[in-house]
Design a protein around this ligand. Sequence first.
Ligand code: 5AD
Ligand code: SF4
Length: 442
Amino acid sequence: MTDHSAAPKKLFIKTYGCQMNVYDSQRMAEAMGSEGYVLTENQAEADMVLLNTCHIREKAAEKLYSDLGRLKPLKAERPDLKIGVAGCVAQAEGEEIQRRMPLVDLVVGPQAYHRLPAMVRAGGGVDTEFPTEDKFEHLPKAAATRRAPAAFLTVQEGCDKFCAFCVVPYTRGAEVSRPASRILSEARDLVSRGVREITLLGQNVNGWHGEAPQGGEWGFGRLIRAIAEIDGLDRIRYTTSHPNDMADDLIDAHRDEPKLMPYLHLPVQSGSNRILKAMNRKHTVAEYLRLIERIREARPDILLTSDFIVGFPGETDQDHADTLDLVRRVGFGTAFSFKYSPRPGTPAYDRPLIDDAVADARLQELQALLSAQQKAAQESMVGRELSVLFEKPGRLEGQMVGKSDYLHAVFVAAPQARVGDLVRVRITHSAPNSLAGELLAA
Ligand code: 5AD
Ligand code: SF4
């Protein structure tokens, strides 16, 4: 039995990387809650520090080791401080982490974290298995505490696509879809705790295909329609999608389902067919552009975002020009662009790199174009009436900040409003990374 009579122990979690890690951190915090731990935002007072890591690029992985280095004095001062490493670096490097950093007590991979409470009770260990049991079914049930108005919900994990640059198939494992009934009950639980917006998560979220509640199989579009029937839920989003999994019923849902927000993150990575082939993306530029056309036919105002990798092995000036050309043709609301980082264990790892200065210059050029598109997209919102879900108070007195339908952060003077209010707003101003708006009468 766990002794809950003592003062609660404090858990500090630092999350790196993607939204799925944010979700996993929340689930780990809830699981540790059943062990008598409460979250703290102050690392210095923690009884346990958990670093939930990302392995996607070398820089992300290296952050772990510099943060662990910085924990050395704290651990020296308080040897009973527990230090844990979770997430994708834990999966990829396992015991190696403890060899390099002996101050680490436990290492737990993204598919084994339901075993975290038991590991903590045992005083530490390493678990990077891909267990056959479903971790979500084995996590202690969360207390029915109130939640922030916007929440994540993982519906699918892992990847079978094997893009030549990517560690995800190795760190997160094969593609697995959770059954619809479990997703629906988690969504209902979130809504009963105050959630009004749910972002469905998966590394290939639109590839979700799972057991339907009454037997048989559903695709992702059907799942979205079922979630949309939940009373009290106002908004649905999803991320991240693969172009080859944009099924017709999902595109139709963007036309027919008002709760599905007009925003789509659809990574393309490159605008050159040669490079797409070398990346093993299994789609061409023309196919991507045709897909965008069909999505825009279904939902003309949809805001599109994407991911790009520049400097992939073999990329020429012409390939790069083709990427800029694709960006100009689509017009993105915003996009993330990265310099290629060779990752151990991936097919592209041993391929000769292009000149680093050339890659840097291409990244800058692409980012300048993408920033200009972001600015234009934001400015096109000025004068429009949108809905905003307030997520927290703003910095100024009486101000609230929330997200628009298009996922822009919007600052609004609303002294009477509360977090969780969904209001109509007229956009008045565009700043570099946010919008400002005024409240419209309800
Ligand atoms: N190097 C650079 N960027 C990468 N990404 C994935 N793997 C790598 C890598 N090895 C980018 C892709 C992906 C996003 C999450 O990270 O653009 O869509
Ligand atoms: Fe990083 Fe990918 Fe792991 Fe998310 S799934 S934390 S992006 S390596």
